[in-house]
Design a protein around this ligand. Structure first.
Ligand code: 5RP
Length: 222
């Protein structure tokens, strides 16, 4: 199976976690796009969605699914999203699609995080994929130096020749060279640096269930 087919497989499998009559939290990325396509087939059985990015909002609306503002909703039963890396404990690196801040917000208001990913995303230790960090632009230089002190190399993410601007109007640093052996401590530490909006290590908001697409089918890890 191709990677695209594996993504479609887990996108479809995630439907079983959607609670009829309720709102569903929806992440961002190519795997989630497959989930949104599958969700469209049961749109009459859900109330709508809370989205983690402008891109997912546009896709949900195009599929005829109503999108609610996260701040109008107290709690969601489930949040479904992809990952750039996931380890055996459900800790993840996310933000390859630059949507990490809103993803973490919607994940935090959800009782259950279901991660959907193809098997290439599974790792023993987080860090091979550069850790995305959303930052306030005026703090970028200082944060780059703070990562250097930890042994990481932080680079400003570009779109074309200009810095990429997130849905929140901020910038992204991608930090390579780190081995995130204690994701909970790492997330807490970086969160405290002035100018960090969100670090793309999801340890405090880890996945409760992971649906991994493999050539043998969907493997559920919970
Ligand atoms: C976006 C994310 C995505 O979940 C992550 O990048 C995985 O994306 P894809 O499903 O396209 O591989 O965190 O900010």
């Amino acid at each position: 199976m191709t990677q695209d087919e594996l993504k479609a497989l887990v996108g479809q499998a995630a439907l079983k976690y959607v609670v009829p009559g309720e709102l569903v939290g929806v992440g961002t990325g190519s795997t989630v796009n497959k989930f949104i396509d599958a969700l469209a087939s049961i749109k009459d059985r859900i109330r709508g969605a809370v989205s983690s990015s402008e891109a997912s909002t546009a896709r949900l609306r195009a599929a005829g699914i109503e999108v609610f503002d996260a701040s109008e909703v107290e709690e969601l039963s489930v949040y479904i999203d992809g990952a750039d890396e996931i380890d055996g404990q459900g800790y993840m690196i996310k933000g390859g699609g630059a949507a990490l801040t809103r993803e973490k917000i919607v994940a935090a208001q959800s009782r259950r995080f279901v991660c959907i990913a193809d098997e290439s995303k599974q790792v023993p230790v987080l860090g091979r994929f550069p850790v995305p960090v959303e930052v306030i632009p005026m703090a970028a230089g200082r944060i780059i130096r703070q990562f250097a002190a930890l042994g990481g190399t932080a680079r400003l993410r570009l779109r074309g020749d200009a810095p990429l601007v997130t849905d929140n109007g901020q910038h992204i640093l991608d930090v390579s060279g780190l081995s995130v052996t204690d994701p909970l401590a790492f997330e807490s530490q970086v969160n405290q640096w002035p100018g960090v909006v969100c670090v793309g290590v999801f340890a405090h908001q880890k996945a409760n269930v992971c649906l991994l697409g493999t050539s043998q089918g969907v493997r559920t890890i919970d």
